[in-house]
Design a protein around this ligand. Structure first.
Ligand SMILES: Cc1cc2nc3c(=O)[nH]c(=O)nc-3n(C[C@H](O)[C@H](O)[C@H](O)COP(=O)(O)OP(=O)(O)OC[C@H]3O[C@@H](n4cnc5c(N)ncnc54)[C@H](O)[C@@H]3O)c2cc1C
Length: 399
């Protein structure tokens, strides 16, 4: 049913899911066929345009559809395996890709047939991303890429990657960059695991040696790589920090469950800490809802940095609380064998894993120091940081 303003209502969306399930029985279809059909019906990401898996609806309607499919026991696209694809590559392709690129990449991305990874950071360029050294040199209808990337999450399961590379070293560093999509099975792409404090190798080093990328896989204009990368980074912060966990979901849910189930572990000091963490998590959750409502209007701005900053601090505080609450058991670590997981999941893991994994939260997707700079300069309008910037001669730096 349409509401009074002629818009699609939640009950209309539930009806659409019911009708879809009547003609597409998940028990009779392969997972991929079911998900492709769901995409074609505009029931994938409802805020995307018609023809690209959505219906141009507010982003806040998405949970209605997801819950209706989950209640029917339908297979999901396993978003936890493709967080970079769904949260970062897709909105960037939508904003800067050509019609042909959107048509070619978005459906297999959403269904999970193509997992995407992010080839941004390098050994000499993390916070100062624009200082990256990976080169892409034009050769007819192709680009030849050479360089080394690092900390590349999920590169070992990815079919595609978003890449930023230097295409004109004669220009100031922010202007000489271009943005590409890379086929991870192309000759010259080598992925090597990097083991983390958790014992696992969730991320990798990626070596690119004479990798050929068709010009048709360039996203945005030549030289526009910095603007395109910024769209990715803004979406990354919202994707990490603006998650849609339910009340008492996420890491605070683990802490409160242990608290309720093990009264013998409680102390007055821990009680006060848990109350504070619970309240702060709830405030952050509500702020995240408001952020997603604002996002319905377009690309995220620097405000997403605050969500990511608070997420990192709270996740570290809550997981530290969990380890302390567990007493001596908190020192146990279930499995330190070297594995290459599909993604980082805090569910079904012990407190020790969550404690160690959360340490990366204040580094990945922009360090907390860099996010504070962004908030200071671009949200609060405070004076610019004094940067030792390669493009600015020392004598011209502001004092
Ligand atoms: C779990 C995890 C997953 C990751 N996944 C990916 C991925 O998939 N793809 C990818 O491309 N990258 C990934 N990264 C890399 C991440 O984006 C970088 O580690 C991050 O941007 C910081 O860069 P850096 O490590 O080079 O540190 P640096 O930039 O060298 O920073 C070192 C320290 O100096 C501080 N610092 C630097 N500049 C300033 C400044 N101007 N003001 C104040 N302090 C400053 C930083 O905050 C930090 O504490 C991942 C990282 C982690 C931890």
């Amino acid at each position: 049913m349409l509401n009074a303003a002629g818009e699609v209502s939640a009950s209309d969306l539930r009806d659409q899911v019911r009708d879809f399930l009547q003609s597409h029985d998940p028990a009779q279809l392969s997972r991929a066929d079911f998900l492709r059909a769901r995409f074609d019906a505009g029931l994938a990401w409802v805020h995307y345009p018609s023809g690209l898996g959505g219906q141009g609806l507010p982003r806040t309607m998405q949970p209605v559809v997801d819950q209706a499919f989950a209640a029917a026991g339908a297979p999901s696209n396993r978003p936890e395996r493709n967080t970079i694809g769904l949260g970062m590559a897709a909105p960037t392709i939508l904003a800067f890709g050509t019609a042909e690129q959107k048509e070619r990449w978005l459906r297999p991305l959403w269904t999970g047939e193509n997992v995407w990874c992010q080839l941004f950071s390098e050994p000499g360029a993390g916070s100062d991303l624009a200082g990256l050294a990976t080169r892409a040199v034009r050769d007819g209808d192709e680009w030849v890429v050479n360089g080394q990337k690092v900390w590349t999450s999920s590169a070992h399961i990815a079919q595609r990657a978003i890449l930023v590379a230097r295409t004109d070293p004669s220009l100031p560093k922010h202007q000489g960059l271009s943005y590409f999509a890379v086929d991870m099975s192309a000759p010259g792409v080598e992925v090597r695991p990097l083991r983390q404090a958790t014992g696992e190798a969730e991320f990798n080093e990626v070596f690119l040696t004479d990798v050929r990328i068709p010009d048709a896989d360039r996203i945005g204009d030549v030289g526009q790589g910095w603007a395109v990368s910024n769209a990715t980074l803004m979406n990354e912060r919202v994707s990490i920090g603006g998650g849609a966990a339910p009340r008492e979901g996420g890491t605070i849910g683990n802490a409160t469950r242990t608290w309720r189930e093990h009264p013998e572990l409680r102390t007055p000091g821990l009680h006060e800490r848990l109350l504070r963490l619970w309240t702060e998590t709830e405030v952050s959750r509500l702020a995240g809802i408001r952020l997603r409502q604002q996002l319905a209007a377009g690309q995220p701005g620097p405000e997403g940095s605050a969500s990511k900053l608070v997420f990192a601090r709270l996740n570290q505080d809550v997981t530290e609380f969990e380890v302390e609450l567990a007493g001596a058991d908190g020192l146990r670590y279930a499995d330190w064998s070297m594995r290459r997981p599909d993604g980082a999941s805090y569910a079904n893991r012990d407190a020790g894993y969550r404690f160690l994994r959360s340490k990366g939260n204040s580094i990945e997707g922009g360090t907390s120091e860099i996010l504070r700079n962004i908030i200071a300069e671009r949200v609060l309008g405070l004076p610019l940081e004094l940067r030792v910037d390669r493009d600015v001669p020392w004598k011209d730096l502001p004092r």
